[in-house]
Write a new protein. Structure first.
Length: 189
C-alpha cells in the first residue's frame, strides 16, 4: 500500500508537538517508515538548532547594546535633555520642543476663547434685535416697512415670514387647454 507523505507544514507542527493525539502517533509511524520524511524532519531539526544558537548569540549582543545605551543616557547632562523642574518633590525634565509646543497650544486656546467671546456678543445682540423685529412684523405694517427695518440692521438677521393659510387657498379658476393659434391675451374662446 502506497501512503501519501504529509506536507512540510504538518511535519513541522508534529516536530513542535502541535499535532493532537490520534494523528501524532500516525505521523510518528509514517516518519519512522519513510526515508524522505525522516530526512525532512532531520533538516527541520538542524534549522531549529541553528536558530537557537543565533538567538543565544543575539541575546548576549542585545544585552551589551542595552548596557551601552543605558550608560550613555546616564552620562548625558540634564541640559541636553531639557530643563529640570521640581514638581511635588520630584524632579521633572521637560524637553524644549515640548515646552514650546505647549506654549503655542495655550496661546491658540486663548485666542480661540477671545474670538468666541466676540462671537457670543454678536449672538446676544442678534437675539435682542430679533425681539425688535418681531414687534415690527406683528404691528401689521406692510412688507415695505419690514424690508426697511432689515436694511437698517448692521448684522445678519434671520427672519421667518409666515403667510396666512388663506393666501394659498384662493381658487384662481379651472384649468383648460388652449391651442397656441387660438390664444389671445386675456380672451377665452
Amino acid at each position: 500500500m502506497v501512503t501519501m507523505c504529509p506536507d512540510r507544514e504538518l511535519l513541522s507542527a508534529w516536530l513542535d508537538g502541535e499535532v493532537p493525539s490520534p494523528w501524532r502517533e500516525t505521523l510518528e509511524r509514517h516518519v519512522r517508515s519513510c526515508a524522505a520524511c525522516t530526512g525532512a524532519v532531520k533538516s527541520m531539526d538542524m534549522t531549529r538548532a541553528l536558530f537557537a544558537a543565533e538567538v543565544a548569540t543575539f541575546g548576549a549582543t542585545a544585552e551589551a547594546v542595552r548596557a551601552r545605551v543605558a550608560g550613555r543616557i546616564a552620562s548625558a547632562s540634564p541640559r541636553q535633555s531639557g530643563r529640570l523642574y521640581a514638581f511635588g518633590g520630584r524632579r521633572l525634565s521637560i524637553p524644549a520642543p515640548l515646552a514650546a509646543a505647549a506654549a503655542v497650544a495655550i496661546m491658540a486656546m486663548g485666542l480661540a476663547l477671545a474670538a468666541s467671546g466676540h462671537r457670543n456678543a454678536d449672538l446676544r445682540l442678534a437675539v435682542r434685535r430679533s425681539a425688535e423685529a418681531s414687534s415690527v412684523a406683528t404691528s401689521g405694517m406692510g412688507i415695505e416697512s419690514v424690508i426697511d427695518f432689515i436694511s437698517r440692521q448692521n448684522s445678519a438677521v434671520n427672519i421667518n415670514i409666515t403667510l396666512p393659510a388663506e393666501a394659498f387657498g384662493v381658487n384662481a379658476g379651472e384649468p383648460f387647454i388652449v391651442r397656441e393659434a387660438d390664444y389671445q391675451n386675456g380672451i377665452r374662446r
